[in-house]
Design a binder for this molecule. Sequence first.
Ligand code: SF4
Length: 225
Amino acid sequence: MQKRNYQAELEQLMEQLAQEGRRPTLLVHACCGPCNTKVLDTLAKAFAITVLFYNPNIHPRKEYDKRCKAQADFIAAFNDRHQHDVQFVEGKYDPRRFFEATQGLGDEPEKGKRCEVCYELRLQEAKKFADELGCEYYTTSLTVSPYKNTEAVNRIGDELDAEALSTSQAKFLHSDFKKKNGFRESVELAKEYGLYRQNYCGCIYSYTSRFGAMGKLSKENIEKN
Ligand code: SF4
């Protein structure tokens, strides 16, 4: 079966909205500042955006705080530079939820089963916020990264849409922001904005697979944070 081109679908929708003269509301779940540079650059003309930083996967707490601040700083600078009015909201930092959901999946490789659970947690929360705020659409910056499973992200969005109880609920916006050099552009934009860039995906498992022994990042220390 031919693979869907999610980014082309998104571009088509944006063209259609421009023809209709509509600028719908959109909740963007952001995994980090650097990835979200390309996402806002692509979407802000077509949608009235609220960015949600909900990432209970990130450890330890001080790393979470750094990434959250980078996100808030980026949005302020982006609004300033482009005269946009992107809103920012921080979700709850609840690492216990991440640990419970990914129990037994610590040895999974990146892009594997644990990551799918991690995407789903964050998309569920994005949908919840989008519905509470009355947004027409919601999406995520996760598809900028070549280290994420884009097919899984978009499939999970479809599954959440299928579970929706009413047609007035926010609809998932498919994407593949890494297309057409999207990832490279996000790296360049992040440099331009002087954003903090992390060197591991986020969870303790990605930290240890990158840097070896758990060291100070033991699960006990993390849960105290
Ligand atoms: S590697 Fe990244 S996407 Fe996968 S579970 Fe860890 S934080 Fe989530």
